[in-house]
Design a protein around this ligand. Structure first.
Ligand SMILES: Cc1cc2nc3c(=O)[nH]c(=O)nc-3n(C[C@H](O)[C@H](O)[C@H](O)COP(=O)(O)O)c2cc1C
Ligand code: SF4
Length: 488
């Protein structure tokens, strides 16, 4: 599925800039200890959630999951967030789950692995997610013959009250795109051309209507399990294309008190926080990730995010992590047999911009919004830490986000994937040996195809070294090569 490309295609290369000496790093803001909830971080560095597609189909932690997070922990970021992990105990492919107590032992092993590999330096959080159903794009004929429910509206528009359903379907199958757009409702047309997708506003569906009854308890039980597994805290996923982001969105017009005004859109997130606190304990670190801007037509902007942030800070979240875009609303049409992917439209580009960009470039796109959101939280009288980033790869930029109040803790995703040792290298004055991310989004394309995520900068290296774990086709190494410090 093609990604959205900005109309201008200007190439922007990541640059290392001036790396600090060991002494400069020791004095830098980035490497000072910092308090988040009940956790003392060794530095103000944060690796946000990234799904690597390594869990078992049953949602369990696998040896590959342990290897993946161990490798990040060896680089010793102050915080490492485990990928979006499902709070519902429903089959969802090789994505981690936490919707039942049987997942606790595997997650406990994960927590132990990260503690050992980082010598206790890296705090391990887990991102908790709920998502709604989405189906693959069907063959149009199959959709019209099998999936479409014939309604009085179709009969009326086709002026065919007397015809049998079979005759009607035959008529529909013979229609061109323009006619189908007229006869089908917009949701039916979407189900045929993109694949069916549920929305939080589908109040006619009982399980969607009942989300406010189900979700607080499920998030709470998941947080309790994370605590029992020995994780240091949880991040509630209120960002991107998923259920809770849709509740917060300006597009949420539910009429049951959970949509409409900002206060109504914030109601379920706040009820979830209260339930999590009750079940996981008031001293367990709980934050959330949400969007500084949705970057879609009619979606939430930075003013919404400022208000959400102040309300969340008041309610007692321990940290607020900001992301950007990543919505289904403007996703590209998938190929037949594939599902829509929320990072293919403009909002997806804003979430994970690649090196061919507009004149602004792929770096710092969330910076201004993040600074506004953090300022709003401070103006409201709260000191809640704000975690933010986007395209951060060199020391000077990371430091400047802290210096100018764009963030309290700097989030580094793809750069940490390209070189998990970024943190130890920079702190040791070895920044010139960082493997700089190129922002090609090769990793994201693997995520889109539900294949094990790797980085093109290292996945073909040292394939024949004994013990190297390879992808199923044997062509890619699954873990970044070890840091050879012999020159340092
Ligand atoms: C392969 C991959 C998987 C990701 N999975 C998640 C996820 O599970 N949850 C989430 O909130 N963000 C996810 N993201 C988004 C990143 O956390 C981050 O917001 C984004 O990459 C922008 O930061 P960066 O410019 O530092 O890479 C993912 C990104 C990548 C590249
Ligand atoms: S594949 Fe590697 S270099 Fe390319 S964007 Fe992902 S992490 Fe960066």
């Amino acid at each position: 599925m093609a990604m959205w490309r900005p109309p201008e295609r200007i190439r922007h290369d990541a640059e290392g800039g001036r790396w600090p000496t060991r002494d400069e790093a020791a004095a830098a803001r980035l490497f000072q200890p910092f308090q988040v909830g009940g956790l003392t971080l060794t530095a103000r560095t944060w690796v946000p959630a990234m799904v690597p597609w390594r869990a078992a189909d049953s949602g369990e932690v696998t040896p590959n999951v342990l290897d993946w997070y161990r490798r990040f922990a060896l680089g010793r970021p102050a915080v490492l967030v485990v990928e979006a992990t499902g709070i519902a105990d429903v089959p969802s492919g090789p994505l981690l789950r936490i919707g039942h107590d049987r997942f606790i032992p595997g997650l406990a092993q994960l927590a132990q692995t990260v503690r050992e590999a980082s010598h206790g330096e890296t705090r391990l959080l887990i991102q908790l997610i709920d998502f709604l159903a989405i189906r693959r794009r069907p063959e149009p004929q199959r959709y019209l013959n099998e999936f479409l429910k014939i309604t009085p509206r179709h009969r009326q528009l086709l002026d065919a009250a007397a015809q049998s359903e079979e005759q009607l379907r035959r008529q529909l199958c013979a229609m061109g795109d323009a006619q189908l757009r007229h006869v089908l409702s917009s949701r039916e047309y979407e189900a045929m051309s993109m694949g069916y997708r549920e929305r939080v506003t589908d109040l006619h569906l009982p399980h969607i209507r009942q989300l406010p009854e189900r979700l607080p308890q499920e998030f709470a039980a998941a947080a309790r399990r994370a605590r029992e597994a020995g994780l240091d805290g949880v991040e509630l996923h209120f960002a991107h294309a998923y259920t809770m982001a849709s509740f917060l969105s300006a597009t949420n017009d539910r009429t049951d008190g959970y949509g409409g005004t900002r206060a109504e859109r914030q109601r379920l997130p706040l009820e979830i926080l209260a339930a999590v606190r009750r079940e996981a304990g008031v001293d367990f670190t709980v934050g959330c990730r949400f969007l500084a801007e949705e970057c879609i037509e009619g979606g939430s902007g930075v003013h919404d995010a400022c208000d959400h942030a102040s309300v969340f800070a008041k309610a007692g979240f321990d940290f607020l992590s900001l992301s950007r875009g990543g919505k289904f609303d403007d996703a590209r049409q998938p190929r037949i047999g594939e599902a829509a992917y929320p990072y293919t439209g403009r909002s997806g580009y804003e979430c994970m911009p690649s090196y061919y960009s507009d004149s602004f470039g792929p770096f710092d796109r969330n910076r201004r919004a993040a600074r506004d959101v953090r300022a709003a939280v401070r103006t409201a009288g709260f000191a809640t830490p704000v975690v933010a980033g986007g395209g951060i790869h060199n020391f000077e930029t990371a430091e400047s986000w802290l210096a100018d109040g764009s963030a309290d803790v700097v989030s580094i995703a793809r750069q940490a994937l390209a070189d998990p040792d970024w943190f130890v290298k920079v702190r040791a004055g070895l920044g010139s040996r960082v493997r700089l991310c190129k922002y090609t989004n090769y990793c994201e394309a693997l995520d889109q195809r539900h294949r094990e995520v790797t980085c093109e900068l290292w996945d073909r290296e040292q394939l024949d070294v004994p013990g190297t774990v390879l992808s199923k086709d044997g062509k890619r190494r699954l873990i970044a090569p070890p840091f050879d410090n012999s020159e340092g």
